[in-house]
Design a binder for this molecule. Structure first.
Ligand SMILES: *[C@@H]1O[C@H](CO)[C@@H](O)[C@H](O)[C@H]1NC(C)=O
Ligand SMILES: *[C@@H]1O[C@H](CO)[C@@H](O)[C@H](O)[C@H]1NC(C)=O
Length: 291
């Protein structure tokens, strides 16, 4: 569906007249597997959109934006998108960094929505709050994605990852972008894993999310100048055997990604060890995900 600025302002008007949206009925919880899969597909699409921005792929970003928009509209929750209106704190996004930060926020609220849809005690208001909180930052990236990404106004961000590095050896333009993009991808992976009932094998959505996370980590490591082959200590991390075990391994990856970012910018000689940790725990996660 084409989402023009005309419909956006119509949405704003609708939002204003729906300050306290009427709640149709209490959703039946836990939500159906189908609804959950719609949200995970949306999260995987947010990962693609984030990577398009990192890679300055305008055409693909527009497509992925439109796909995410229709997934937001189609997700089977009891509150139509129109009831979200627009945020009172709507921000104007003009840089890749801001767009990716906004998508990180969208991803976290989608993950929260997915968890709350599994919890029979969630109120309809909580679910709607999560949904709208996820939608607003995404919608705020539209102008950037359609009109700024790839144009001269996008500045240094049009460069390829690792096209230029600073004296500390990392790409100062893309390091932060690829770092946040990695968080966006890992959040989608955790969400997909949370959606697998205990004792069940991995899902195709978790496999997709895992591959996306690996690709994003590879880009992050290029921006950090840590992708040249280097030897890692012998990997002794036990492989995950169920979805909860895999989630715990991904939490370690998340923390190691934060440390890798900090050590890269500090140029303290520790980043290669961090990337070894990331790779060991991704591999331990993979033992369950791709089994
Ligand atoms: C990037 O890493 C390689 C391998 O560790 C190193 O030889 C090179 O000097 C680094 N580049 C910069 C610009 O520091
Ligand atoms: C991404 O979102 C998470 C959760 O809100 C937050 O902890 C993290 O700092 C965010 N990352 C960036 C780079 O904004």
């Amino acid at each position: 569906m084409q989402y023009t600025s005309v419909t956006l302002s119509a949405l704003a008007l609708l939002g204003a007249s729906h300050a306290a949206p009427a709640i149709k009925r209490q959703a039946t919880l836990p939500a159906s597997q189908e609804t959950q899969e719609e949200i995970i597909n949306l999260e995987n699409t947010i990962v693609y959109l984030t990577n398009d921005i990192v890679q300055t792929n305008h055409e693909s970003a527009v497509n992925d934006y439109n796909t995410a928009q229709s997934l937001f509209t189609g997700v089977q929750v009891d509150f139509p998108l129109e009831t979200c209106g627009i945020s009172a704190h709507q921000i104007t996004i003009t840089t890749a960094k801001e767009a990716i930060t906004a998508l990180n926020s969208t991803q976290n609220d989608l993950a929260l929505l997915s968890l709350n849809l599994q919890n029979t005690a969630s109120s309809q208001q909580t679910l709607q709050n999560d949904y709208c909180a996820a939608y607003w930052p995404f919608a705020a990236t539209k102008n950037y994605v359609f009109d700024i990404l790839g144009t001269p106004e996008n500045g240094d961000s049009n460069q390829a990852v690792a096209a230029s590095t600073n004296s500390q050896g990392y790409d100062p333009v893309k390091l932060g972008q690829t770092y946040t993009a990695t968080e966006v991808a890992l959040e989608a992976l955790i969400s997909a894993l949370h959606n697998i009932p205990s004792g069940q094998p991995s899902s195709s959505q978790a496999k997709t999310a895992f591959t996306n996370a690996e690709n994003t980590i590879a880009t992050f490591s290029r921006a950090a100048n840590a992708s040249a082959p280097h030897s890692c200590p012998l990997d002794t991390v036990p492989g995950a055997t169920d979805s909860q075990g895999a989630i715990n391994e991904v939490y370690v990856v998340e923390r190691a990604v934060q440390t890798a970012y900090a050590d890269t910018t500090a140029d303290n000689g520790k980043k290669l060890v961090d990337f070894c940790t990331i790779s060991a725990y991704m591999s331990a996660t993979d033992d369950y995900v791709k089994a």
